[in-house]
Each structure stands twice: as C-alpha cells, then as structure tokens.
Design a protein around this ligand. Structure first.
Ligand code: ATP
Ligand code: MG
Length: 247
C-alpha cells in the first residue's frame, strides 16, 4: 500500500501495514492485531505523545534495570514487530537476557520469533526450550526458561497480558511494563509502568539508562520516590485533561 508521508495518520498506517505483513508470516498473532488497536485508541486519548508521567516511569524502568542482578526482557510478537532493534539494543546496554514468551504458544511460532530476533542481534535469544515452571501459577503462563525468567529478579514485559504480569509478581519478580492503557491489569500489577507507545518508550528508556548508568545515588533516589499507582493516576488525569481541552 502507498501512503503519502504527509497523511495525518502516516506513522500509524505504516505500522499497521507492517503488523499485517508480520501476521501473514506468523510472527504477530491475529489477536495481536486487535491488541494493537486497543493500544492505538489509548494513544489517541493521550495525544500520541510521551507525557511527563510516562517520562518519570521510563526513568524508573531504566533505574530498575540498572539496579537488577539478573534482568530479563521478554519478547512477544507485537513487541518484536514494533520495536525489536530498540529492545535488543536496550538489552545489550543493561546486560539483560532476552526471552521469547508467547500468549499464543506453539513450538513453530516460538521458532519463527526466535529466528526473527536472531536476525537483528548476536545476543542469545532464550525461549526455544522452556525448562522451568514458576511456582504457584497453574497455567501455561508459568512455563519459562531456567536461566531467563525463572532466575530473573527484574523482568521488563513490553505489551504483556495481565495474567502473566500478575504471575510474575506472585513469583517475587520486579515487573516493568510498557502499556498504553493505564487501567489494564498489566499496568496495575507492575512495579513500574510506562503508559506510552512502545516505539516512543524504549528510546526514552535507553536515554535514561545512559544518564543513570554511572549515578547509583540518583537511581536509588528515583526508585525510592517512584510510586506506580500515583504515576498511573497521573496518566489517567492527563487523559481527562486532554479530553476536556478538546471540548
Ligand atoms: P490486561 O490483560 O493487562 O488487563 P488487556 O487484556 O486489556 O490487558 P491485552 O490484549 O492483554 O490487553 O494487551 C494489550 C495491551 O497492550 C493493551 O493494554 C494495549 O493498550 C497495549 N498496547 C498495544 N499496543 C501498544 C503499543 N504500541 N505501545 C504500548 N502499549 C500497547
Ligand atoms: Mg489481557
């Protein structure tokens, strides 16, 4: 499809086209396209820009990742389609493991996604062999890799489902989310949630990593001061004010 770059929804249309192609290739699940639409709707309400609350959460996410002993970034179809190169660069910068973890799991789809990510990076991509089960969670969601999520203290879960976010919290992990919906279970369950579009959020997190990487006192202060519930409330307030200003 040809879209003119001056079309007001150019970026959104180009991304939709890419998601659709990657869905044909089996990388994005069909329901992933629906999840993307829900994200777009919330982004509209946020004015399609990074809010001050999101910026604070992104700095907190950077601080959590830098303070972690065994950080892991999980990748699913949507996160890979939208943001593979940036997320893999972030993983390299904070020394995180990368693990493919799917809602719609099949051996074939995992293989496709792991190979897709390997085409961007030399980092090892975990997920082909799920050899561990998180305790206390009675579902497929509990399956993961021993050296990845199982052993992680901090897990960044971009565009995740609420069940997994809650499961990871129950397993004692610090959970970091990127989710445009401040009301979702994922956003609510996480220790830090960037209510921001993933392609804006990850570069901001990388920038914060750069700024915080040699400043542990600032990282500690940021984390001590960060309150995810208050931050989510700020995002909701931002939406209310944005909508009121439109009337
Ligand atoms: P939950 O399971 O957490 O309660 P949900 O069931 O409403 O959430 P899911 O379909 O599980 O939603 O997950 C999709 C989530 O990802 C949605 O909350 C959506 O806002 C968010 N999302 C989709 N696309 C993007 C994007 N590009 N950037 C950031 N967030 C996104
Ligand atoms: Mg869900």
């Amino acid at each position: 499809m040809d879209v003119s770059p001056d079309h007001p929804r150019y970026k959104s249309l180009v991304i939709r086209e890419k998601m659709s192609e990657l869905s044909d290739q089996g990388i994005v699940a069909r329901t992933g396209l629906i999840a993307h639409g829900r994200g777009e709707a919330f982004d509209y309400l946020l004015g399609e820009k990074t809010t001050p609350a999101a910026q604070k959460a992104e700095a907190a996410i950077a601080a959590f990742l830098l303070e972690a002993e065994r950080p892991v970034i999980t990748m699913n179809g949507n996160a890979s389609a939208l943001c593979a190169a940036e997320l893999l660069a972030l993983a390299a910068e904070v020394g995180a493991q990368v693990e493919v973890n799917l809602f719609h799991w099949s051996r074939e789809r995992v293989e496709k996604l792991v190979s897709y990510l390997e085409s961007f990076t030399d980092l090892p991509i975990l997920g082909r062999e799920q050899d561990a089960v998180l305790e206390g969670i009675a579902s497929d969601r509990a399956r993961c890799c021993q050296t990845g999520i199982y052993a992680a203290d901090v897990v960044l879960i971009p565009l995740e489902d609420g069940d997994r976010a809650e499961a990871l919290r129950a397993a004692g992990k610090k959970v970091l989310a990127i989710d445009l919906n401040p009301l979702s279970r994922t956003a609510q369950a996480a220790n830090a949630t960037a209510v921001d579009e993933i392609t804006r959020a990850v570069p901001q997190i990388r920038q914060a990593v750069k700024e915080l990487q040699n400043d542990q006192p600032r990282r500690k202060k940021l984390l001590a001061d960060f309150d995810n519930q208050a931050n989510l409330a700020e995002s909701v307030q931002y939406i209310i004010e944005n909508l009121t200003a439109q009337q």
